[in-house]
Design a protein around this ligand. Structure first.
Ligand code: GRF
Length: 201
């Protein structure tokens, strides 16, 4: 049984594309039923439409509180029978009500080896810090910033004098492999959120 999955984006959507492609495999335990964006001009939305996927743009109305916006998002997901939600470059903070409701069924990818370098521009943060090893992380989402229980990580070694552009591009390639792997494990319940930790079967 494939788990009905939504992917939330705000921009380019290259991780969304990697997830969609993985889900096209007949044996993959998840199916993308919705690609939703908080930005009408997110480039990834157009790509998703071209694939024939259901898309939704949910822009924040003037004066709408975070809680009200997230309640609308939650209803949209529930109306479509969504079971799992993947954040893929979704640049809006989610309210604690939302993350609690979706606890264990809401995952995110971040371009650093968390808990190092949470927040924006993680690749640049790592590059500036002069670390020799960095990577990407998929984690369950909690109400903190990039702070939820870690599901899995991939690492790479920086080359001597490597530019930020080169590092970012190599990281993105790693992300495109890691995220589908993690979605597969979560959808197959090979890893679950139990007592605040990601537990593998
Ligand atoms: C990725 O680096 C992801 O880790 C971060 O935002 C970026 C989104 O890129 N959360 P894309 O939209 O998936 O191409």
């Amino acid at each position: 049984m494939k788990r009905a999955t939504a992917i939330l984006i705000s921009g380019r959507g290259s991780n969304m594309q990697a997830l969609v492609r993985a889900c096209q495999d007949l044996d993959f335990p998840a199916k993308v039923e919705l690609v939703a964006s908080n930005k009408a001009d997110a480039a990834g939305l157009e790509w998703a439409r071209q694939q024939g996927l259901a898309t939704l743009t949910l822009t924040r109305t003037q004066g709408e509180s975070r809680a009200d916006y997230d309640a609308r998002l939650d209803r949209a997901l529930q109306d479509r029978g969504i079971e799992l939600v993947c954040l893929a470059g979704y640049l809006r903070l989610l309210s604690a009500d939302f993350t609690e409701r979706w606890q264990g069924r809401l995952i995110n990818i971040h371009p650093s080896l968390l808990p190092s370098f949470p927040g924006l521009d993680a690749q640049a943060q790592a590059h500036r810090a002069g670390v020799r090893v960095t990577g990407c992380t998929v984690h369950f989402v909690d109400s903190g910033l990039d702070s939820g229980p870690i599901i899995d990580q991939r690492a790479l070694h920086l080359e001597a004098g490597e530019s930020l552009e080169s590092l970012s591009s190599r990281l993105l390639t790693l992300e495109h492999a890691l995220y589908p792997d993690c979605l597969k494990q979560v959808a197959a319940q090979e890893v679950q959120l139990i007592d605040g930790r990601a537990i593998w079967r």
